[in-house]
Ligand binder design. Structure first.
Ligand code: GLU
Length: 591
């Protein structure tokens, strides 16, 4: 799930333009980076393992350049494995996003043909394969096409030749192209955000399309299989807030948590007609499947919960990576709902492509403009939450579940009540986030959490997925093992682990479920565990109390906020890389 970027234009500072694009793509992978620039019929490469923020470029003036931020899938994080990868004769380089699933047999046969490999990556197979096709003909475009057709998996590549030609091919992993007509510049990237301030128009490259730029001429797009010219759909790029500065905050995570009141408001600004139309489709559907991965998988489960609880809809949530299991059961009478930050999550996309073929209708809520998931959808919603840069999702999760809540309320005929509750949530969360006492309480709790090796989180009904998301935030930010469990299930197994020193955080509602959760709190406390209650009211069984404001029906939405803050302060306390936790990337575009 790396980021790829390319620049073609008259600016001789191409390597630096690519570097600034890559910095905006760093959320996609940050174990290594590399840039290749072309000048005077030569390619100059600089690449290394490590953070791109520390990069200092030594490349000469070039008008064309490509770059890559890597999230290693095959081959360790090292200078050699970093992209771009050179052809043996140094006549072209390749940057790649994806996994060549058949790289082993391809590699074996290329070795048998005498090709030498210098890296451990699957990407190098693409380079050698192009070289092997070039043995018969000199045309790079033709060789690239033939090589690409041999690859299995979801792959996107950009080739840069020493004469300045650029070839980009997409199949699966994202690729967008942007142009600035006035300055005659072309940008390729994994997302639109990375070049939002530099282009006037952008287009999403479709699966199976090749874009070829031959030095001095125009970009041509065509279909790799049919050879027919493809028409790119150019759209004006308007991503409010594309400026992704920290604005005085020490980390993006805290900046984005503080944007929660704004993102909730954005959900209330979506046209009422769109909610009503979607509600109609939901009522018509036999089963509604919600799908997502990671934090968004939890949002998908919460959306399904709201649909069941508020609107009596038969809604089932699926985890992206395992959603295919349900394919035999999904029919045209069903509806698939997909929240997605990037709109490019590989496992979700693969599932959607399959359901689309069976003519199942798809509704989506996506934050990044110009994504593949939006394109595949019949009912398209946008979060308009502004860029989320921290790898840990906070504001977009809240935005997704707020949307799901309003959708469910609309289905039940209570759109106005839903709107009222979300407006209150937006206001109340603003006050909560600026409350210094709350922030001090959470900081001191972060000190306790940072010393633990294991933490349990308890929740019930609409708060169970919230407990799960709290678990995800703690694991991601602090690398501490956390385990979320429905409070009622505790006594069936996890109670064996309750002893002195164990930390248990419970989300306690004030409705009819209150006593069930409090029973679990008392049970773990009786066995020596230290308890933390997240609730609107204190209770003598809490060793620590983390108050949340009373927002009635939408309490489960605000309940995630103290956990996001807790994960933030714990990560800071531990000295972890808050915005870029180890080993994970934000937009998982490889399977
Ligand atoms: N499979 C390639 C590698 O490991 C690209 C990884 C990616 O797309 O993140 O270098």
């Amino acid at each position: 799930m790396c980021g790829i970027f390319a620049y073609i234009g008259s600016n001789s500072n191409a390597p630096n333009l690519v570097l600034s694009g890559l910095k905006r793509l760093e959320y996609r992978g940050y174990d290594s980076w590399g840039i290749a620039g072309q000048a005077n019929n030569k390619i100059f490469v600089q690449k290394r393992a490590g953070k791109i923020s520390d990069a200092k470029l030594f490349l000469p003036a070039c008008n064309t350049a490509v770059g890559h931020t890597r999230w290693a899938t095959h081959g360790k994080v090292s200078n050699i494995n970093a992209h771009p990868h050179f052809s043996t004769d140094k006549s072209f380089v390749v940057v790649h996003n994806g996994i060549v699933e058949n790289y082993l047999p391809l590699k074996k046969s290329l070795i048998n043909k005498g090709f030498k490999f210098v890296s451990e990556t699957d990407t190098e197979v693409i380079v050698r394969l192009v070289e092997s096709y070039r043995r018969n003909s000199n045309a790079l475009l033709d060789a690239a096409k033939k090589a690409f057709l041999k690859l299995s998996g979801r792959n996107t590549i950009i080739l840069l030749a020493k004469n300045g030609d650029v070839i980009a091919i997409r199949n699966g992993s994202p690729l967008v192209v942007g142009i600035n007509k006035s300055s005659n510049e072309v940008f390729f990237s994994s997302d639109t955000l990375s070049f939002a301030d530099k282009v006037e128009l952008c287009a999403v490259v479709q699966n199976g399309e090749i874009l070829s730029y031959q030095n001095g001429s125009k970009i041509v797009a065509f279909n790799i299989l049919t050879g027919r010219e493809a028409s790119l759909e150019w759209l004006p790029l308007n991503f409010a807030g594309a400026d992704v500065g920290l604005e005085g905050f020490p980390h993006y995570m805290i900046k984005e948590i503080k944007e929660i009141p704004f993102v909730v408001k954005q959900i209330t600004k979506i046209n009422k007609k769109d909610y009503l139309y979607l509600a109609k489709q939901i009522k018509k559907a036999q089963t509604v499947y919600t799908v997502g991965s990671g934090t968004t998988g939890i949002a998908a489960a919460q959306i399904a919960f709201y649909l069941r609880a508020f609107a009596n809809i038969n809604a089932i949530s699926l985890v992206g990576a395992d959603a295919n299991e349900y394919l035999p059961l999904i029919t045209q009478k069903d509806l698939v709902i997909v929240p997605s930050q990037s709109g490019e999550t590989a496992d979700v996309l693969e599932f959607l492509e399959k359901v689309k073929k069976s003519k199942v209708k798809i509704a989506s809520l996506v934050n990044m403009p110009g994504s593949m998931i939006t394109r595949l959808s019949d009912f398209k919603f946008m979060n308009d939450a502004g860029p989320e840069i921290c790898v840990m999702s906070t504001k977009v999760f809240v935005s997704q579940i707020s949307w799901g809540y309003l959708v469910a309320k609309t289905v039940s005929g209570k759109y106005s009540e839903g709107m009222k509750n979300l407006n209150t949530l937006s206001q109340v969360s603003g006050k909560y986030l600026s409350n210094k006492k709350i922030s001090a309480t959470i900081r001191s709790l972060a000190k306790v959490v940072s010393k633990k090796a294991d933490i349990f989180l308890l929740g019930k009904a609409d708060n169970f997925q919230i407990a799960k998301e709290a678990m995800v935030k703690i694991i991601e930010g602090s690398y501490i093992h956390a385990h979320a469990i429905p409070s009622g299930d505790l006594k069936h197994y996890a109670i064996t682990l309750m002893e002195k020193g164990m930390l248990v955080i419970a989300i306690v509602p004030q409705d009819s479920l209150k006593s069930d959760v409090l029973n679990a709190v008392d049970e773990v406390r009786a066995r020596g565990a230290c308890t933390v209650g997240v609730s609107t009211q204190s209770y003598e069984g809490f060793d620590h109390f983390l108050p949340v404001p009373d927002c009635g029906e939408v309490n489960s939405i605000i309940n995630i906020v103290p956990f996001q803050l807790l994960a933030y302060y714990t990560a800071v306390k531990l000295g972890n890389n808050v915005d870029r936790p180890r080993n994970i990337a934000k937009s998982v575009t490889v399977k």
